[in-house]
Design a binder for this molecule. Structure first.
Ligand SMILES: Cc1cc2nc3c(=O)[nH]c(=O)nc-3n(C[C@H](O)[C@H](O)[C@H](O)COP(=O)(O)OP(=O)(O)OC[C@H]3O[C@@H](n4cnc5c(N)ncnc54)[C@H](O)[C@@H]3O)c2cc1C
Length: 330
C-alpha cells in the first residue's frame, strides 16, 4: 500500500476527496472536529442540488465543467442518487427572467403545461411553461454524507470525529478541507450567508427540485424523504449566521406558497442558516504547497463539484496530474 494521506474536515469536500483516495488504494484518515451529526458543517445545511446546467446562469465555466464530471461520479458511486432532472418555472410577471435563463443556459427542454403535469402531477395546471433540465439531480445532504462516510469506511478509510487538528501539525501528505474553518490561514476566504426553511406536508408530492424565478434570488423547493421539502436559499453578503431573518423567511415561504398553495398548510420543521465558503472570484481552488494541499471555496456548489475536485486531488497525489484551471502552486 502507498503512503497514507490525512484529510482534515469531513464535509462534502473532505468526504469525496477521502473516498476517491481510498479507492485509489491509499490509507486515509479523516479528522473531523465535530461529532457525527456534523451540524456545524456548511454541508449539513445545503440544498444538495446537482445542477450543472442551471448554474450556467452566473457560475464560472469551471464550475459547470466540474459539475458535469461530478454528476457522473455521483451516479457511479451512489447509484441511488436521484438524477431525474430539475424544473424551472416562473409566474407570468417574471417570464422575461425565464427567457433570459433559457438563453444563458444549456441542457434544457422548453416544456408546456401538459408535460409539466406529466412529470410533476402536483403542478398540473399551475404553470404554462417551464424549463426542464433532464441531466440534473439532487441529494439529501444529511443522508448522502453518512452514506459516503460508510462507503469510505468500507474501503478501509478511517474517520475520527471530535478531532480538532491543525493540518500543518500532521505528518505526510495532508488535504485540508476545513471550509470556513481554514479562514485564519486564508484571509481571502469569506462566508456568504444562505438561509432555508424545512417544511412538512403530505398534501403535495414532488419528484425533483423545482426552481422559481424570483427577482432577488432563484428560490427552489427540493423534495426530501418523509413528506418534507427544503425551501432555499438566500444569498446574502454577511457573516452573521446567527439566524434566519423575518424577511428571508417570508420571501422563501411566500415563493413556495406560489409554487403550490398546499405549502400554506405545511408545518415548519426547521429554519436553517449557514455560511458558504467563498473566494473573491467565487471559484473553487486546490492549492498545493509541498505536501499540504487545500481544497476550498466551494461556495454555492459544494455538492455539485466536490466529487470532481476530489478526483483531481487523488489523480495529483497518484500521478502528479495537474489541472491549471483549478490548481495553484506555492
Ligand atoms: C443554504 C445553503 C444551500 C446550499 N445549497 C447547495 C446546493 O443545492 N448544491 C450545492 O452543490 N451546494 C450547495 N450549497 C453549498 C455547499 O453547502 C458548500 O459549498 C459545501 O457544503 C462546502 O463544503 P466543505 O466541505 O468545503 O465545508 P464544510 O461542509 O463546512 O466542511 C468542513 C468541515 O471541516 C471541519 N473542520 C474545520 N476545521 C477543522 C479542524 N481544525 N479540525 C477538524 N475538522 C475541522 C468542520 O467541522 C466541517 O465539518 C449550499 C450552501 C448553503 C449554506
Amino acid at each position: 500500500m502507498s503512503e497514507p494521506v490525512s484529510v482534515v474536515g469531513a464535509g462534502i469536500a473532505g468526504t469525496w476527496t477521502a473516498l476517491l483516495l481510498a479507492e485509489s488504494g491509499r490509507r486515509v484518515t479523516v479528522y473531523e472536529r465535530q461529532d457525527e451529526a456534523m451540524t456545524g458543517a456548511t454541508s449539513h445545511w445545503a440544498g444538495g442540488m446537482l445542477a450543472p446546467d442551471c448554474e450556467g446562469d452566473g457560475a464560472e465555466p469551471v464550475v459547470i465543467r466540474l459539475g458535469h464530471r461530478s454528476v457522473q461520479l455521483w451516479r457511479s458511486h451512489l447509484p441511488e442518487t436521484p438524477l431525474n432532472g430539475s424544473l424551472v418555472v416562473s409566474h407570468p410577471r417574471d417570464r422575461a427572467d425565464l427567457e433570459r435563463l433559457a438563453r444563458q443556459t444549456a441542457g434544457h427542454e422548453r416544456i408546456g403545461a401538459a408535460r409539466i403535469g406529466e412529470i410533476e402531477p402536483a403542478l398540473a395546471g399551475r404553470f404554462r411553461e417551464a424549463l426542464f433540465y433532464p441531466g440534473e439531480g439532487h441529494v439529501e445532504p444529511r443522508r448522502a454524507l453518512p452514506a459516503l462516510h460508510a462507503k469510505l469506511r468500507s474501503l478501509g478509510g478511517e474517520i475520527r470525529f471530535g478531532a480538532d487538528v491543525r493540518p500543518e501539525a500532521l505528518d505526510g501528505t495532508v488535504v485540508d478541507c476545513r471550509g470556513l474553518g481554514a479562514r485564519e490561514a486564508q484571509p481571502e476566504l469569506r462566508g456568504v450567508k444562505g438561509e432555508t426553511v424545512l417544511v412538512e406536508t403530505a398534501e403535495i408530492a414532488l419528484s425533483r427540485p423545482v426552481r422559481l424565478m424570483h427577482p432577488r434570488w432563484p428560490i427552489y423547493v427540493i423534495p426530501r424523504a418523509n413528506n418534507r421539502f427544503l425551501i432555499g436559499a438566500s444569498t446574502i453578503e454577511t457573516e452573521d449566521a446567527a439566524g434566519v431573518t423575518l424577511r428571508s423567511a417570508l420571501e422563501l415561504m411566500t415563493a413556495a406558497y406560489t409554487v403550490h398553495p398546499a405549502f400554506g398548510e405545511a408545518r415548519i420543521v426547521e429554519l436553517g442558516t449557514a455560511l458558504r465558503p467563498a473566494y473573491p472570484d467565487h471559484s473553487p481552488r486546490i492549492a498545493v504547497a509541498g505536501r499540504q494541499i487545500t481544497v476550498n471555496g466551494l461556495y454555492r456548489h459544494g455538492f455539485l463539484i466536490a466529487p470532481a475536485l476530489g478526483e483531481l486531488v487523488a489523480n495529483y497525489i497518484a500521478e502528479g496530474t495537474r489541472d491549471n484551471e483549478v490548481m495553484r502552486w506555492s
